[in-house]
Design a binder for this molecule. Sequence first.
Ligand code: ZN
Ligand code: FE
Ligand code: FE
Ligand code: ZN
Length: 265
Amino acid sequence: MPADYHTHTPLCLHATGSPEEFVDAALRAGLSEYGISDHAPVGSHYFDDWRMLYDTLPDYFDWIARARAHAADRITIRSGFECDWLPDCASWIEHLRGLQPWDYLIGSVHYLGTWDFDNPKWLGRWAESDVEEVWGLYWKEYAAMAESQLFDILGHPDLVKKFCHRPGGDLRRFYEPAIEAIAVSGCAIELNTAGWHKPCAEAYPAADFLELARAAGIPLVISSDAHAPQEIGRDFDKAIALAKAAGYTETTLFDRGKRCNEPLL
Ligand code: ZN
Ligand code: FE
Ligand code: FE
Ligand code: ZN
């Protein structure tokens, strides 16, 4: 099985499980590597209730060390963060990058302005929104995130569809400019299996997006976005089939920012 690089820890306040349980689950799933990438703090202050606090960073380093100790030589442990793409975040992301020799940083668009649009808490806001406009804004931010060159991997590309809000017509009009920006940036994207378990009932990104990404030569990782040990490597069989159908023959591994490829079997 490919590596699973997008996984969380209880430090983000909405995940469960111990490092030992996650490692055991990764071993059971037969993953090539297990990567820990919890929701990074935003600034040194409190910022919404679904990410780790800056003050708990030492606990995050301990969590990673415990996973490494439990894994020993049975499976490679990687570490990074899932970072939020926010206005003027560059110096903060550079600060996070300097904290440790991370294997990779994942960039995610969870906010449009101050609205964390994928948070079920604010579902009502969708009802008052123009879906076409929200999608336009989302993909503009996604392309800007790629252009920033701050991240190694770009997370759940079409997360904006999470609650089934999709404009009419051919969605490639949104995908194409983003694909172009990603291809130029050299960033990898992830095929994130969590979407299959959300109202949209589809992986992130959709098959059409994945085909365009493949044609543009964009590197790929497959990830579960696990928030509990039993979600590690979830639906990787389905994801491999989807990636292969889009023309992918390999996924990318990250070792302190250095890349190599792993064939998709
Ligand atoms: Zn989360
Ligand atoms: Fe996310
Ligand atoms: Fe995540
Ligand atoms: Zn995520």
